[in-house]
Design a protein around this ligand. Sequence first.
Ligand code: SIN
Ligand code: CO
Length: 416
Amino acid sequence: MPKRPTDHPADAASARNSSPASKPARPILPPSPDTPTPLLGNLTPSQFMRRYWQKKPLLIRQAIPNVEAPLSREEFFELADQDEVEARLITHFRNKWQLEHGPFAPDELPSLKQRAWTLLVQGVDLYDDRARALLDRFRFVPDARLDDLMISFASDGGGVGPHFDSYDVFLLQVKGKRRWRISAQKDLTLQPGLPLKVLQHFEAEEEWLLEPGDMLYLPPHIAHDGVAEGECMTCSIGFRAPSAGELTAQFLYHLAERGDAAARPDALYRDPQQAAVDRPAELPAALIERVGSILAGVKWSEQDIASFLGTYLSEPKPSVVFDPPQRPLNEARFISQASKSGIRLDRKTNLLYNRRFFFLNGEETPFNGAKKWLIDLADHRCLSAKRFVTLSDDSSVTALLHEWYCAGWIQVGELA
Ligand code: SIN
Ligand code: CO
């Protein structure tokens, strides 16, 4: 399934090894499906999914009361200066939209006193545990659909212009104020010749001023325009939007790589009946027919689809680099530490599963018995010390976990 398409103002994959901010994240579990939560305006996640998800916008006042921005302004600017990070600067000076790609040294950014600019950083959850913890609150939606946490900083009057996105988004105000105007208009024609997607005609139907802690949910294709009123920061929790074309192309690639889709994958093309020709450039009709029958023989099962989705969706974004511990604990010390403080998935790790397999950072492995603890690790992204102790007698489990720890895929310690 593809990641969100690049019509997002700051949408691209990137990663960085270490966080500029080391303040630990607090463990925040997603609300359970049938518990009302302020995050969703006191709806339960089940009610929200039934009534709003992919259907209609929802404004939630004080979704996260006393919210704190995951990064301070200075930490955010520091992040935007990193090579691996996808940062974009959008300015609207003298009525002209401009877009520049980072990294941006602090002196390359417009002055804080200058109006109408915004800096956006994609995938902040990959670089900072607090951002990852914020994203985790939205895990009442399957991980397979969750994309990333983008943060935007805007000076007074800053924004990315009226536009629409092709995926669902929660827009959480974390600092300062932003005025959002939205419209379910049918006309989604874009202004031609601009470096970013700005609607030609935007007719707001509703308007709200969002303050810290307020959140706006938008399904795909709702036109929206958010303008900062004074300096502000907004977190955008975005989802993957699969296009049928991309899914098909990636699935066929997956099948081809596995090499077992065709009945006889190694059989070479043969044409013992080919006659001599006087039009050598013409594609032989028999060739088309023969290849057609090879393609018609391509077979796949439901498990092939699950394998494709599991490996494809758990594949880390292209620039993700894991940080193996510099001086790893040996297995005995790892077991003793983890028995005291538990383990957690690294913030960059993706772990999905289905009935028969688990998919860790793009690799598929059959469960082979070891199922429950892996499912818990995937669903909670951590295992408590107490839970780890119950596993520590099984040397195949501890060896596997130690291997993952040495690769930087898991960390010792529950989420702070
Ligand atoms: C922003 O944070 O400025 C833009 C987010 C969006 O409209 O999708
Ligand atoms: Co948008």
